[in-house]
Design a protein around this ligand. Sequence first.
Ligand SMILES: Nc1ncnc2c1ncn2[C@@H]1O[C@H](COP(=O)(O)OP(=O)(O)OP(=O)(O)O)[C@@H](O)[C@H]1O
Length: 953
Amino acid sequence: MDTSEFVIGQRWVSHSDTGLGLGIVTDISGRRVTLGFPAADEERTYAIDNAPLSRIVYQIGEEIETYDGQRYIVRAVDNLGGVLMYHADDGTDLHEISEVKLAGSVNFSAPHQRLFAGQFDRNGAFRLRFATLQHMNRLRASAAQGLIGARTQHLPHQIYIAHEVARRHAPRVMLADEVGLGKTIEAGLILHYQLHTGRAKRALIVVPDSLTHQWLVEMLRRFNLRFSIVDQSRYDALQDEQSDVDALVSHIFGGDDSVNPFESDQLVLCSLDFLVNSDQARKDALRSDWDLMIVDEAHHLAWSPEHASAEYQIVEELSGISRGLLLLTATPEQVGVASHFARLRLLDPARFHDLETFREEEQQYESINSVVRRLQDDDSEISADDRKLLQAWLGNELDQLLAGYDPRQSVIDALLDRHGTGRVLFRNTRAAIQGFPERRPTPVPLPCPEMYQGQAYGMPGLTPERRVLEEQWLAEDPRVDWLEKELASLRPAKVVVICARAETAMALEHYLQLRAGIRSAAFHEHLSLLERDRAAAYFADTEQGAQALICSEIGSEGRNFQFAHHLVLFDLPANPDLLEQRIGRLDRIGQTDTIDIHIPYLQGTSQEIQFRWFHEGLNAFTESCAVGVAVQEAVHSQWQKALEGDAGVTDELVVASAQESQRLKTLLQNGRDALIELNSCRPEVANELIAAIEEEEGEAQVRDYMMEAFDILGVEVEDHADHSDILRPGEQYQAGHVAGLPEDGITVTWDRQNALEREDLQFMSWEHPMVTGVMDSVTSSGLGKAALASLSVKALPAGTLLMEALFTVHCPAPDALELTRYLPVSPLRLLVDVNGKELSGALPHDRLNDLCSNIRRRTAQAIVPQIRPQVETMVDHVERLSGPHLAPLKAQALDQLAATFEPEIRRLEALKKVNPSIRNEEIDYLRNQFEAARQAIGHASLALEGIRVIVTA
Ligand SMILES: Nc1ncnc2c1ncn2[C@@H]1O[C@H](COP(=O)(O)OP(=O)(O)OP(=O)(O)O)[C@@H](O)[C@H]1O
């Protein structure tokens, strides 16, 4: 570098430290030059011979900014004794702007500007950039997107639901799989997908008290989602933090400046009980913004036309401000059909608007199902009779559907949605999934002790110990003695004991522990969350843990105890769905053994009658019985009489219940259940999805990509064992690009099976936060945006220049339009020479990578100014050549947009005919969104994302 090149007042950038911004030469003395960097408020002195500096010369047409923030476009440039004078316009007038006046910050976003400013990288960084764009594009287009990252087994029914629901804009559905089939996992998959694709940012999970910790842990270990719990202790801590002065200020000046704990994190977990009991929490939750709310055990939300429970009301209010809503319950009709309807209405008020209509619709499910079956099974013309029926149900819409893409499936979907069980209800059953272990009930009839005479029948007879002194029933109730002996004989097998009341559970546990010396733990609603988790952990411990866990009904709901195979029902609940919830603690995914259900009951009491009714009337111990509540409603008075001890009625009750159960099952199988099943899992689609996920997971691919990234970003990798590595920050570690890497490193696995077996290993998939973080950071930073390389091939004379250019689609639009769903990240690749000859086919990227080598930095710095005119010519060539590629991409995006919006608009128009509460504004809103998205796509352009300039040697 020649001393004469430097003149005071010139602007240069440091390519070894780009963060300094645009420097200004302030002193030249001897072989040293000093620059001031106003943006960083620093001064640096360099040896002129090897200063890592590049001269900044803006070209005609480029934008410049002065120190006072004014922007201009360069129209001409004069060199006045080495210092540049820009002739630039501000849109109206031409101004003379000396480079001395330019702003101190500089951001070279265009790749060639970076190259000219000396901000270029080595080959590897360009390769990484291209690979990142390619992977992002492939993953976004993949059916597996959003479903790859979970540490779960691929179960078809879950994957199908997750994929079906998560793709929806602001999904609102009820996940009603039978107990233990993985609704939490389905909800987690949906949430993960929505967060991963940017469709949701803020989520609230509302659960019963007892499940808070379980959800916290499941979200973290399975989905890498870190929730924060908002509870009373969080409020107390906040209050302690708030200084007395703050309190005084808000007291004097009024206003609500208090911190809202629901807003201090994006992912919040809260118990329903807390929201119901704390006014402040309720207000704060409602003051926040939610993209997705998940409510577990949603059967607690009771509603009737006369009365809405507090739980229902709060969820109703929250559901009004949350865009998406997932309601989870295995027993949707547990507190009646009206409540079930009201919950469906929360999800989809356009479809479910009137309880009576809802009940009437149920009558036609059977005929809808038979038409659907014929549409599915028979490829021939739709018969005249069926067409008539379809016309009656779908009106004018039928012709539109039949004229569209995949007409039969569209008609089926429309039918299910408009007149069937709706597209908001998903339910998988054990029968449909299969492969679950057997349930083996063992009745244990015991004599009724004297002390219970007088309260042996009716509801009191189900829990007669309630009215007797604890000391006495513990001593005289034969179920206690039997339990003690049974536990001893089953030892060391783990046993879950469930009874209706917390008091019974506490007394039993105390007795077993202290008097019988059986290692046990109690689990009920009066324990704090911490105590409950401790009890569950003590029970789960295989070496030193408890043999028996004595649970109350409410306390154990939703918990996972599938590692145990013995269940003791110390008493029986009145409601068949509660029985199913109890058995569901063990009968869950992950259960490997036959489940032994021990049922001690007192003879000659309502317990015996309830046992017979469940067993012989409903067969509810051996199989999951979805019709139990409906049968109970049908035989209610008979059931009550029997329970009251009317001996003559019991046999009749059992027979009538078995018949009604059979009748309802057949009816539902042909009608409602069949329709729900159609909506809930299409095995062929699920299997295709799983195949796509497994292909995408190809372990080597994500590992290969990350190894290349780690190499460039300074992360050290140590081979650990099969499929796992230890990652540590190395000497060149670039923390800005790799988030979440602790100083002492982490151990990771790239294999799902390994991740399922070893929870201590991080599961590195394409959707792990470290992987997505690296990808985002590479594309949003300048890394690899410009590179210089040398190439040696015989076919090309030395000194030939080539440019490899990458373009992506650029489409500025509000996030709410979610345009990334329709537009690819492309990377369009072009390779040109100075004459504009396109060579990308002749020299593919991989081939070029093999042939290219790095140029030493000093040499590269010297080459760049010399080849600048040719590089600019090649930029013109690639921009011209990229032009024609845009139109087909836009056309494809517009087609996809129409395929999304048009059916939605048509659906609302069809529903409006039967539901007067749908407002025109709702339909107009969709139309406006559609139009805004169309316009934005119309303005999309191709942006130059990266260049590699290749000099042949
Ligand atoms: N795909 C899966 N891979 C691994 N484990 C799973 C998977 N799906 C479910 N499980 C496990 O099976 C058990 C039951 O799942 P989950 O708690 O989600 O069921 P649920 O339907 O919500 O149950 P409930 O009706 O009791 O609320 C849990 O221990 C869960 O971790």
